[in-house]
Design a protein around this ligand. Structure first.
Ligand code: SAM
Length: 347
């Protein structure tokens, strides 16, 4: 598609573009950046079995430049993800550089990483020292054989457990462990996960399965809903709901009746939270996605490569975000799966 350069006088000043707002009145302050779509796991509900890249990766100074543009427009939180972000060498250097950036308010960024934890044991402390605030580890079973059947990688459970413990020791707390539940597949792990949250002092968050897999597995029946998760845990460990900390919080939070430990449920399917969405995504190849379920992508990197100025790129970002979708349509007639699956978008 030809990229018509707007005339300089037509480009609004940065102050007129920030904070980033969409046409539904939502303020966007949370940027998720995929830095690779390669992954060292082949989780059966996510992948068809390939581990290689489908999309190109950018150099770190290119991600840095793109992220800096978003930050200049009001982004305050940046989460690095993938694919598996710990596969990128020099991740620690990227975190250190990102920590130097300042938000519009003059603060340091809130920096987070989402990882499968396989390579985390030796990287947790260096990441913390570089300025990382938080880490989320994905883990879909607390039983070693069940976990390894899901990841299709031998020895993966002990690696991830060591990664979780190392992150906690490094002070990357509160540490979140995300678990995607599929009926008849790993929903027998729910109660054990609740105990794991207490024993390992982590916040376990159950996530409803969304139609974002490479294959065709998703049906409404395979989704284990928030209501069911809370009811099942409550039968053995009574739960007390915690108040939300911010309007855009995606998880419903619960503690146990003795106040020890926390679990959360993220329910994009049964209790969609699109109305409070504050997110935008950048794919590993530099495309903006305004929703996980977007049917179109916006080629920010292409514009950078074509020589657009920072001001032109900022105007492009702000215009793209104005067009953010009102909501997703999971489970509705006519729902269309996006062209990329979760691992290639950046979860
Ligand atoms: N490799 C990193 C990791 O494992 O956390 C980051 C990328 S991974 C795609 C991010 C998260 O997306 C993981 O927690 C994974 O379980 C989740 N995920 C993958 N496919 C999903 C789906 N169809 N619905 C909900 N979550 C999904």
């Amino acid at each position: 598609m030809p990229m018509a350069a707007p005339s300089i006088s037509a480009i609004p000043a940065t102050s007129a573009l920030a904070p980033l707002k969409d046409s539904h009145g939502r303020v966007i302050h949370d940027l998720r950046v995929s830095i690779t779509d390669r992954c060292n796991y082949k989780c059966v509900y996510c992948r068809t079995g390939e581990v290689g890249a489908q999309y190109p990766e950018l150099a770190f100074d290119e991600y840095l430049r793109l992220i800096e543009l978003f930050v200049g427009l009001g982004i305050t939180k940046v989460r690095l993800t993938g694919g598996e972000p710990l596969l990128r060498r020099d991740l620690v250097d990227l975190v250190r550089e990102l920590k130097r950036l300042r938000t519009v308010e003059g603060e340091a960024l809130d920096l987070a990483v989402t990882t499968n934890g396989h390579l985390l044991e030796s990287l947790a402390q260096p990441l913390k020292d570089a300025g990382l605030n938080r880490i989320t580890v994905s883990m879909d079973a607390v039983d070693a054989p069940a976990f390894e059947r899901i990841t299709r990688v031998e020895g993966s459970f002990s690696k991830v457990l060591a990664g979780i413990r190392s992150a906690r020791a490094a002070g990357l707390t509160p540490l979140k462990v995300n678990c995607v539940l599929l009926r008849g597949f790993n929903d027998d792990q729910i109660e054990a996960f609740a105990r794991f949250a207490r024993e390992e002092q982590v916040v376990v968050r159950f996530i409803e399965f969304m139609p974002l897999e490479e294959g065709r597995l998703w049906t409404p029946e395979i989704v284990v809903t928030l209501r069911e998760i809370v009811d099942r845990i409550g039968r053995t460990l009574p739960l007390v709901e915690l108040p939300p900390r911010e309007a855009s919080e995606t998880a419903r939070r619960y503690t146990f009746s003795d106040g020890v430990g926390e679990i959360g449920v993220i329910a994009p399917v049964s209790q969609a939270f699109c109305g409070a969405c504050s997110r935008v995504r950048l794919t590993s190849d530099g495309k903006i996605r305004t929703c996980l379920f977007s049917q179109v992508e916006h080629d920010l990197y292409g514009r950078l490569r074509a020589g657009a100025s920072d001001q032109e790129l900022r105007a492009y970002i702000a215009g793209t975000i104005r067009g953010k979708e009102a909501r997703h349509h999971i489970g509705e007639p006519g729902f269309l799966k996006p062209s990329r699956s979760m691992v290639h978008i950046g979860g």
